[in-house]
Design a protein around this ligand. Structure first.
Ligand SMILES: NC(=O)C1=CN([C@@H]2O[C@H](COP(=O)(O)OP(=O)(O)OC[C@H]3O[C@@H](n4cnc5c(N)ncnc54)[C@H](O)[C@@H]3O)[C@@H](O)[C@H]2O)C=CC1
Ligand SMILES: O=C([O-])CC(=O)C(=O)O
Length: 320
């Protein structure tokens, strides 16, 4: 059987990490695309030279030509600009909208059958712009954020409870911004809900509230430490988990920015909700019940995403 082909559009911090992880996990052949000349070629060669040591067989190619996306089964998009300290993700909307349109056109022309995972920020809005530019079916274009936000939440909870990260389940819904909604009620250790663990004296409501806030600020915490860019190891791991679920038809239930029409009372918007990812792409939107508080927070987050969608529309109107 021929190997799958993974195309990475954007070969920067996340793109390079994605290429290494895809190799280590034997996901297939890897093409690294970037507009910077030489850089994707250099990273591809470097990772190829790690393959004999790590023991994986993959064709690694670096390129500046969209035609090399032909035949890609999965495309992961990180092209664009990351934020620096003092900026919000939303400040990237102008510059990254232009990049998403160029990338979408490249995907449309070369690999319209691929499953596309967008990572570029501001995520929920960028995945919509990318989808529209690529013209792919909605279920084949999805955004990565919820897996990352939930991983941060899980990590902080595991630290607090002094248990393995593997035994902590948690969900973060909504847009990938300051309004994201870490769902305490749906978070659990080996099936024991966090509210029960508080009753059992494992933690306090106050500490859990602090963890919720640290999760919301998770990206900014790393931007503040790195100073020159944003997180890239955990974002790359998160997108690879989504790609693997598609390629292996694992049907993982993962929080992703998916196109929601009907569920959650939404009328067609990309926003973070739990979905099932399998061979058909986003195979199902999982509509969980939200209590009044959770619903209010979710609506607030949806409102923030919609406001940014309007900004993109206004940019277009102004540009004529
Ligand atoms: N969704 C999420 O949870 C997360 C999203 N991000 C976002 O991911 C994006 C990438 O982050 P990094 O890899 O750290 O940035 P980076 O700056 O290291 O890499 C971005 C790459 O995109 C390339 N690029 C720029 N314009 C391009 C174009 N038109 N076509 C192709 N390539 C182009 C640049 O040359 C650069 O190599 C940023 O927008 C960042 O905010 C970062 C972390 C988490
Ligand atoms: O904070 C940022 O700009 C990058 C990002 O989205 C994250 O790490 O969650």
């Amino acid at each position: 059987m021929a190997r799958n082909k993974i195309a990475l559009v954007g070969a920067g911090n996340i793109g390079g990490t994605l290429a290494l992880l895809a190799g280590l996990k034997d996901l297939g052949d890897i093409t690294l695309f970037d507009i910077a000349e030489g850089m994707p070629q250099g990273k591809a060669l470097d990772i190829a030279q790690a393959s004999p040591v790590e023991g994986f067989d993959a064709v690694l190619k670096g390129t500046n030509d969209y035609a090399d996306l032909k035949g890609a089964d999965v495309v992961i998009v990180t092209a664009g600009v990351p934020r620096k300290p003092g900026m919000s993700r939303d400040d990237l909307v102008g510059i990254n909208t232009k990049v998403m349109r160029a990338v979408g056109a490249g995907i449309k022309a070369n690999c319209p059958d691929a499953f596309v995972i967008c990572i570029t920020n501001p995520l929920d809005v960028m995945v919509g712009v990318l989808r529209d530019a690529a013209g792919l079916p909605y279920e084949k274009v999805v955004g990565m954020a919820g897996v990352l936000d939930s991983a941060r939440f899980r990590y902080f909870l595991a630290e607090e409870f002094k248990v393995s990260v593997e035994d902590v389940n948690a969900f973060v819904l909504g847009g990938h911004g300051d309004t994201m909604v870490p769902l305490v009620r749906y978070s659990a250790v080996a099936g024991i809900p966090v509210p029960d663990l508080i009753k059992m004296g494992w933690s306090t409501q106050e500490k859990i509230d602090q963890i919720v806030q640290r999760t919301r600020d998770g990206g900014a915490e790393i931007v503040g430490l790195l100073k020159t860019g944003s997180a890239f190891y955990a974002p790359a791991s998160s997108a690879i988990q989504m790609a693997e679920s598609y390629l292996k038809d694992k049907k993982r239930v993962l929080p992703c920015a998916a196109y929601v029409k009907g569920a959650y009372g939404l009328d067609g918007l990309y926003v973070g909700v739990p979905v099932v990812i399998g061979a058909k792409g986003v195979e199902r939107i999982v509509e969980i019940e939200l209590n009044a508080d959770e619903q209010k927070m979710f609506e607030n987050s949806v409102g923030a995403v919609k406001a940014l969608v309007e900004i993109v529309k206004n940019m277009d109107a102004t540009a004529g």
